[in-house]
Design a binder for this molecule. Structure first.
Ligand SMILES: [Zn+2]
Length: 320
């Protein structure tokens, strides 16, 4: 990374001094371009855990009035500009995580598998650049069953397993919801196909087990029930010595939108009020503990700190 700690602190200080205008994204975006190109970056949590973030591309989502409950397209565009992001569309980036801990290599979520936007599916390139082969992965933890997190586990046309010899762990609440016998008929039309695909894969695979909330799912990694985005959405807490980090999955989508405006609700949140409550509680905890946080859709580099800025919050990416 070309950016160093001193520059990053200067950039964070600049953010508050300028009231979130202007230079917010200047240094991070220069940095972002180079890490996106490489497709990965890594950092340590304590002395025992290495975290490798893998870039899986972007979905440049066209604006539509239904995407955010509590904001119009004009509000959305203004928030993007305030965050230093081009407002032409909503750049929803994807980034999954690989954690080396206790002699194990653990993957958290699996990316889009090149089955969503044509500009996504870069995860295998990032893994190769990081020197990680699919066969190196001992365990895969799944945060929730949305396509951008699980399609990387299954082949496009056949649903064949991409990681047939790897232990896959899924949350028991999430699993129960998507595989219940009446789920498909209860779901809105746009989600029926997803439930069918979950039932055609995870249920039939014999390398899938279920974890509970608060369980140590791998050395130094605990599951954290954070329901709302989906019925069983899970975050993962990493700890080594006195150091800790939280991989929050989809609790907060793009920070410039949903962290800067904590009352805005994402149309993809299955229980919007529960998701909002969970999001606010998590932000409070992350700020109070000054904890490193990574979000699946934060934009690359997708880990850093959440800082209070007046009545708002801002995400300051790590220098990695
Ligand atoms: Zn997602």
């Amino acid at each position: 990374m070309s950016i160093n700690r001193r520059e990053l602190i200067a950039s964070a200080a600049g953010v508050s001094a300028l009231g979130l205008t202007g230079s917010l994204s200047f240094l991070p975006s220069a940095m972002a371009a180079s890490v996106r190109e490489k497709g990965f970056y890594s950092y340590k949590v304590g002395s025992d855990i290495e975290v490798i973030s893998i870039y899986d591309g972007v979905w440049n989502k066209p604006h539509d009035e239904g995407f955010i409950v509590g904001a119009t397209v004009e509000d959305t565009k203004a928030a993007l500009r305030k965050g230093g992001i081009n407002d032409e569309n909503i750049p929803i980036e994807f980034a999954f995580t690989i954690v080396k801990t206790g002699g194990k290599t653990v993957m958290i979520d699996a990316g889009t598998g090149a089955q969503l936007a044509p500009t996504s599916g870069l995860g295998s390139k990032g893994m190769a650049n990081a020197g990680i082969k699919p066969g190196d992965i001992d365990t895969i933890l799944v945060s929730h069953f949305h396509p951008d997190h699980i399609f990387g586990l299954m082949a496009k046309d056949t649903n064949a397993q991409v990681f047939p010899n790897t232990e896959i762990m899924v949350g028991e609440t999430e699993f129960k919801f998507w595989t219940a016998s009446d789920t498909i008929e209860k779901l809105p039309e746009r989600r029926k196909g997803l439930a069918k695909r979950v039932q055609d894969t995870f249920v039939k695979w014999d390398n899938v087990s279920q974890y509970k909330g608060g369980q140590e799912v791998a050395p130094g990694i605990h599951s954290v029930d954070t329901f709302g985005h989906t019925p069983g959405h899970t975050a993962f807490h990493l700890s080594s010595g006195n150091d800790e980090a939280m991989l929050i999955g989809d609790m907060i989508n793009l920070p410039a939108l949903f962290l800067a405006n904590l009352d805005w609700q994402l149309v993809f949140d299955s229980d919007k009020d529960l998701a909002t409550k969970a999001r606010k509680e998590m932000v409070k905890r992350l700020v109070a503990d000054d904890m490193t946080v990574a979000g699946y859709h934060f934009g690359f580099p997708n880990s850093g700190k959440i800082k209070k800025d007046g009545n708002n919050y801002v995400f300051v990416p790590t220098s990695a």
